[in-house]
Write a protein that binds this ligand. Structure first.
Ligand SMILES: Nc1ncnc2c1ncn2[C@@H]1O[C@H](COP(=O)(O)OP(=O)(O)OP(=O)(O)O)[C@@H](O)[C@H]1O
Ligand SMILES: [Mg+2]
Length: 489
């Protein structure tokens, strides 16, 4: 690809270069992307990029070097030269012969003073004899900066008339591979939408990708973290891990967050919270539709679920939302549906262990006591949070959020007093109360008054009252087993 614009330096690869690793195996399916990355790195280190393949031999710029198609010949030729370029050896480790291994080892020692030999392969094909000399790097999904750089370059090449801001690019195209992102751009080029539709067209590309599979939904618009009242322990947990989730640093691999399980009383903001994670971390959000998984329309539920998980691996980095993960489980157990679900759980638990980093699973459950014990054991989810009925100060915050959202200045409505008058309420009920009061005032064609709120308050009976028994059961269960999402008061 062209040389215009700024050079993007891939962090993970650069770390190996900076450490002077002269022999590197890069595992990837994206050869054109690797070419770009190597061009960037070569430039950064003031070197030329040469390329070897078994079909063409060594290519140095426009020049093809004779008699270098055999790997051993190419390696001997390189070892004998003074230059220290970056050489990209395509699939070289497929030629697993003693002469080739010897040649690679020689090159490794020769080039420790400044050359870089990068072998590309689609799997981790390191000859056992070279385990120590050869560094291995699995190319991750394009990071935000890389995506932005690539999109800028293509926009230029395609002569795209629409200028995309960095923010739009990362918000709408993140989660696509570079190839898919490019399709989206070509679509903009061939069928330019009006300016206010650009975002929708780009989002459409993502939706199209996941809708193929039927059981996943891309959730385009997500509320911000400040629209979620209370739950400060959970918010703090999220803030601390924001940088880790998209880290491409190898040493972070083990500690990249895998997922959380939110359990708790209905209407207290579990779903809202998951959407807020996606916006706080600026990662696209996808939801597995469990009802569709179970519908049978996409193959057996087990297969449909596994397929959705596999597709998600390709969409990482992203947040995968599994709402009401216990759906279909009955308290009695052993029904036919339970058997299917236990097979899905078994798959899910293994998958959680092996899924790629950067794919964050956020699951919610109302009846976590029904879930198998392995599900909640440490190591699957990083944390199990209990989202309880909001405390006094949380009710205050939630009340303020919903007044503000509807254009009212909260201070005029004594949030503190209102919060005190709504003990035992959940967030959904507080919101409902605000909506009903606003509606009443509108119908009488006047502004909202305090009395409207108190009038509607009397009409709402909270579930902590109507379902007292169940709510108490959930709370008792969770107190001992989960971390509270709210700070203690
Ligand atoms: N902490 C909160 N801050 C702001 N709004 C809230 C909060 N909790 C609930 N709400 C309001 O109530 C609505 C319903 O909440 P949400 O769907 O997130 O609850 P949930 O815990 O997922 O409930 P369920 O278990 O029934 O799915 C939200 O869309 C939001 O408007
Ligand atoms: Mg919910």
């Amino acid at each position: 690809m062209g040389n215009s614009g700024t050079v993007y330096i891939h962090q993970g690869l650069n770390q190996l270069f900076a450490a002077g690793r002269s022999l590197i195996l890069v595992q990837t399916f994206e050869e054109d992307r690797l070419q770009n990355l190597l061009e960037g790195l070569a430039k950064h280190y003031g070197k030329e990029l040469w390329v070897w393949s078994v079909n063409l031999g060594i290519q140095r710029g426009a020049e093809t070097i004779d008699q270098t198609r055999h790997p051993e010949d190419a390696l001997a030729w390189l070892s004998n030269r003074e230059e220290r370029p970056v050489i990209w050896l395509k699939d070289m480790t497929r030629h697993d012969r003693p002469e080739v291994i010897r040649g690679l080892r020689d090159l490794y020692y020769r080039w420790r003073d400044g050359g870089f030999a990068v072998i590309s392969a689609t799997s981790r094909l390191i000859p056992p004899d070279l385990e120590r000399e050869m560094a291995w790097y699995q190319l991750d999904m394009p990071a935000q900066v890389e995506l932005v750089a690539a999109v800028k370059q293509w926009s230029e090449e395609l002569g795209l008339s629409i200028a995309l801001s960095d923010q739009v690019i990362s918000a709408t195209l993140k989660g696509l591979t570079l190839a898919e992102a490019r399709h989206a751009l070509v679509r903009l080029k061939n069928d330019p939408p009006p300016e206010d539709r650009v975002l929708a067209v780009l989002q459409e590309e993502k939706r199209r990708l996941v809708s193929k599979i039927g059981t996943l939904e891309y959730i385009p618009r997500v509320p911000k973290l400040n629209e979620l009242g209370g739950l400060s322990n959970l918010k703090e947990w999220l803030a601390q891990r924001r940088d880790l989730i998209v880290s491409t640093d190898d040493k972070d691999r083990e500690i990249v967050p895998k997922g959380i399980l939110l359990m708790g009383v209905s209407g207290c903001g579990k779903s809202l919270c998951i959407k807020a994670i996606s916006s706080a971390w600026q990662l696209p959000l996808y939801r597995i539709e469990m009802t569709r998984v179970f519908s049978g329309a996409f193959g057996s539920p087990e297969l449909a679920f596994a397929n959705a998980c596999r597709l998600m691996e390709e969409l990482a980095p992203a947040v995968l939302w599994i709402d009401e993960i216990e759906m279909g489980l009955s308290a009695e157990g052993s029904s036919a549906a339970d058997t299917v679900l236990s097979r899905i759980f078994a798959f899910f638990l293994t998958w959680m262990q092996e899924k790629p980093p950067g794919l964050f699973v956020a699951a919610t459950a109302n009846r976590i006591d029904l879930l198998p014990a392995e599900m909640i054991r440490k190591g699957r989810f990083d944390q199990v949070f209990f989202v309880d009925l909001p405390t006094q100060s949380e009710r205050e915050q939630i009340f303020e959020i919903h007044l503000k959202r509807r254009g009212y200045e909260p201070a005029a409505f004594t949030p503190e007093v209102f919060a005190d008058a709504t003990q035992g309420w959940n967030g959904a009920e507080i919101e409902q109360c605000v909506i009903a009061a606003v509606t009443n005032a509108r119908m009488e064609q006047r502004d909202l008054q305090l009395k409207d709120l108190y009038a509607t308050r009397k009409q709402i009976v909270p579930i902590s009252q109507t379902m007292e028994e169940q709510v108490r059961h959930i709370r008792n269960w969770a107190y001992e087993r989960a971390v509270r999402a709210s700070a203690e008061e």
